[in-house]
Ligand binder design. Structure first.
Ligand SMILES: NC(=O)c1ccc[n+]([C@@H]2O[C@H](COP(=O)([O-])OP(=O)(O)OC[C@H]3O[C@@H](n4cnc5c(N)ncnc54)[C@H](O)[C@@H]3O)[C@@H](O)[C@H]2O)c1
Length: 292
């Protein structure tokens, strides 16, 4: 398990790729957009340099990590020889399903085909994939380079070998895993996050308090490191909106229905820190892990 392919070089994919390369794996990263791929390459250079400046990596580790990280311009070349493929493309079912259908044909078993989706369960993607027993969710958290957790989500078709290999993979990349043994959209963390953000947005919509004060209340009163509005801006308002919409359309669960303010921000392109505006404005949107 020493070769990983990451599909999608946006906020998450580029960080997953860099993290796996730092941990000693050979990594190929691919995106449909050449511009995003070039931007991800610049990001990796800047990030590794910043780690050297902070004495977190030696110059030799920086050079070796960069050698292990390849930016590849075709899906076929990206997945060639990979034992784990991690999909981190847009949070919409149709493009993900089309990709998994291709991956099922391109990647021989027992290659693990993992989705980093925030919400879409592996069994939906397994239905269109040759070798459904190897389709799982490996859900990383943003910023991947700092957040220790990975949710490993399995469905009844997943083989015990794939489940253990996925848990082992998390150990290899030095991340804490939790096993979600029965599928549910949003898994564990995002369901809890959804309950929190839904209530926070209702309070804001009702005029009970400002976003700033709600964030302050949650950080100081509940001890969370970030308030819900700031966290949605960091994660991407678009990502939060699309994940909710998908769950609502799939299950009809009213609790998942995007709040009005979330829908408005999505439509206005206020997608959070990566574009310089979301619930808050970021005049200097040079977020260290952003991609826009
Ligand atoms: N942003 C977060 O905080 C976060 C956290 C956990 C999981 N996720 C999940 O990770 C995935 C990616 O999220 P993101 O924030 O990195 O999104 P993003 O918009 O930053 O990046 C998505 C990338 O996928 C590329 N892409 C789209 N279709 C493609 C295809 N068919 N093949 C190759 N590349 C393709 C796009 O060009 C884009 O660069 C989503 O499923 C999201 O739900 C996001």
């Amino acid at each position: 398990m020493n070769r990983v392919a990451v599909i999608g070089a946006g906020s998450m994919g580029r960080q997953i790729a860099v993290h796996c390369a730092i941990k000693g794996l050979e990594v190929s990263l691919y995106d449909v957009s050449d511009a995003v791929l070039a931007n991800a390459s610049d990001f990796s250079v800047e990030y590794l340099e910043s780690r050297v400046k902070k004495n977190k990596l030696s110059v030799e580790q920086q050079i070796e990590t960069a050698k292990r990280l390849k930016f590849v311009e075709s899906l076929e070349n990206c997945v060639d020889g990979a034992s784990v493929v991690i999909e981190a493309i847009i949070e919409k079912f149709e493009p993900k399903a089309a990709l998994f259908e291709r991956l099922g044909r391109l990647c021989p078993a027992p290659t693990i085909l993992a989705s980093n989706s925030s919400n879409i369960v592996g069994s939906r993607l397994a239905k269109v994939t040759a070798g459904p027993e190897r389709v799982i969710n490996l859900h990383f958290f943003n910023p991947v380079l700092a957040m220790d957790l990975v949710e490993v989500v399995v469905h009844p078709e997943v083989s015990p070998e794939v489940e253990s290999a996925a848990l082992e993979f998390c150990k290899v990349i030095d991340r804490t895993s939790v096993l979600v043994r029965k599928e549910i959209p949003g898994f564990v963390v995002n369901r809890i996050f959804r309950a929190l953000t839904r209530e926070a947005m209702s309070l804001l919509e009702g005029g009970y308090a400002s976003a700033e004060d709600i964030d302050l209340a949650v950080t100081r009163g509940l001890g969370h490191p970030m308030g819900p509005f700031y966290l949605m801006d960091v994660a991407g308002v678009d990502v939060t909106y699309l994940a909710r919409l998908d769950e609502f359309q799939e299950t009809g669960n009213e609790a998942a229905k995007p709040n009005e303010i979330l829908e408005r921000l999505y439509r206005e392109g206020r997608w959070g820190k990566k574009v310089g505006r979301g619930f808050y404005d970021y005049p200097d949107s040079g977020d260290s892990v952003g991609n826009k």
